[in-house]
Design a protein around this ligand. Structure first.
Ligand code: ZN
Length: 343
């Protein structure tokens, strides 16, 4: 056994001389000292079969040889580390007097922000206030105040994120909660828009995203009619899509307006002739609107017998996608630099 121990040591030191890098060194270490199958480890398993005296004698020799091998391996490792450091210093040719280079990308506005800024300017020029609202909203402002009671099926169409332990708070599903908040705060006459983030519990795909941007608008005053609504919306979409743009209003149910309309504009790409973008119809569905429901005015402390108003909403995200020809909505929130650097 003593001979075998000596043999392992001799061979180990010889093998160490031909080791060229840290990986080979590690392999050798495992071959010799590995807990499973290491040459020395395996040999020492035979110690238990020896007599007490032999055990003591061989054990002592084995320990010495193990220490010798370990220190030889450690010495080699240190050599490699020193070589590596020297190589790094040589490679790192640092000139601290060189002036810094300007950053490659200076930063710019997100496509959503470009559209939002443009529309804020337009609405401000028409006398609208620009308001901000909470993204974490009470169930009351998000639903109940907008004529959507707890058992109303319209709530199912806007599945959202509820807050654990606070079932009466929701991540707002639309910018509409600001309708009643603004009425309560500013009273009449009222002309305001609310651009901002909204949230839905969506299974995301190219057309659906859990986070998106809307723009809400409200006008309340005496003698406000459906014609005012149409006039404002026509101006807005002519501004966005060009002066030839026409709008088409068709009845649609929204709980917080009466009557409510689904708004379409002539396709800017084919000018109404029909193409892939508008699915050959010539029209693009871009907004919802209507005369504010008397129940909503009442929640805003406004007398529906004296005042009327209209409200409208559209997806800023959708407009950005149309304007820039973006086909996958998920790109907008992705933070993907290759995508964002195009704007
Ligand atoms: Zn078209």
């Amino acid at each position: 056994m003593q001979d075998k121990l000596q043999q392992i040591k001799t061979e180990a030191l010889l093998a160490l001389k031909s080791v060229k890098d840290k990986i080979q060194l590690e392999e050798l270490e495992i071959k010799l000292l590995g807990r499973k199958g290491g040459q020395l480890t395996e040999l020492l398993k035979g110690l238990k079969d020896l007599s007490e005296d032999a055990k003591r004698e061989v054990g002592q020799l084995a320990n010495e040889i193990k220490k010798d091998i370990e220190s030889a391996l450690a010495k080699k490792k240190t050599e490699f580390v020193q070589q590596e450091m020297a190589g790094l210093l040589e490679k790192e040719n640092l000139d601290i007097t060189q002036p810094s280079l300007p950053p490659k990308v200076l930063g710019h506005l997100h496509p959503n922000t470009i559209i939002q800024n443009d529309l804020e300017d337009l609405f401000t020029s028409m006398g609208f206030m620009v308001l901000d609202g909470p993204e974490l909203e009470s169930e009351y402002y998000n639903f109940s105040a907008l004529n959507i009671p707890a058992d109303h099926p319209a709530r199912d169409m806007q599945d959202t994120f509820y807050i654990k332990g606070h079932s009466d708070w929701v991540m707002r599903t639309h910018t509409s909660p600001m309708q009643v908040r603004a009425m309560q705060k500013y009273g009449t006459p009222l002309r305001m828009i609310v651009p901002g983030k909204c949230f839905r519990n969506e299974a995301t795909d190219v057309r659906h995203e859990h986070t998106f941007y809307q723009l809400e608008g409200v006008v309340v005053d005496k003698d406000i009619s459906f014609a005012h609504m149409k006039g404002v919306l026509e101006s807005v979409f002519k501004h966005i899509f060009g002066p030839e743009t026409k709008i088409r209003l068709r009845p649609k149910f929204y709980p917080f307006v009466e009557p409510g309309v689904n708004g379409e504009v002539t396709c800017y790409l084919c000018k109404g002739k029909g193409c892939r973008l508008c699915k050959q119809t010539g029209w693009l569905e871009v907004f919802g609107a209507g005369m504010i429901h008397p129940n909503v005015l009442k929640e805003g402390d406004i007398d529906p017998n004296i005042y009327q108003g209209f409200a409208f909403g559209f997806g800023l995200t959708r407009l950005a996608m149309l304007k820039y020809g973006i086909e996958d909505i998920r790109l907008l929130e992705s933070g993907n630099m290759k995508f964002l650097e195009q704007f």
